[in-house]
Design a protein around this ligand. Structure first.
Ligand SMILES: [Zn+2]
Length: 156
């Protein structure tokens, strides 16, 4: 009997009808959000039609790969073996977007962040899923280059 395979990452489903475009864009190195071709507003989270004007056929358009932390929490209680604790969950306001374009990030460990901490999005190549689709995950990290200028002490 062979030893069990090493614990690997839990891959996201990249072929879901609503979010496939997000992962296709990530595989090309772009952080993108659905955008209405009629009124131009962002549709986030993804939906088949614009929530503002009702138009169909929204398209994926790149947004800034930078943002600021809106809120965060540190998870100390492990609920899944592939998500070792502690880890820090952040809600990110994407730079240059109106309210409503917020993304969730997962940073390993207890990360020193607060509202306003600048973050930047990188892309982690996780290989391919069982069907051969590329799996590239946008991952947020503290933008250490700009973190010194961030506001401090507002949420402590
Ligand atoms: Zn619209």
């Amino acid at each position: 009997m062979s030893a069990p395979a090493a614990v690997e990452r839990l891959l996201p489903t990249v072929i879901d009808r609503a979010s496939r475009g997000f992962f296709d864009e990530a595989a090309e190195g772009r952080l993108s959000v659905l955008t209405c071709t009629s009124c131009g507003r962002r549709i986030h989270l993804p939906r088949p039609r614009c929530v503002y004007c009702g138009a169909t056929g929204p398209v994926w358009q790149p947004v800034a790969r930078t943002g600021t932390v809106y809120a965060h929490t540190v998870v100390e209680h492990q609920v899944h073996p592939l998500f070792p604790v502690p880890y820090t969950v952040v809600v990110v306001d994407v730079d240059g977007e109106e309210a409503g374009v917020r993304m969730i990030g997962n940073l390993p460990g207890r990360v020193d962040v607060r509202a306003g901490t600048p973050v930047v999005c990188d892309f982690e190549d996780l290989g391919h899923d069982a069907h051969g689709n590329p799996v590239v995950l946008p991952v947020w990290r503290v933008d250490t280059e700009h973190a010194a200028a961030a506001p401090s002490g507002q949420d402590q």
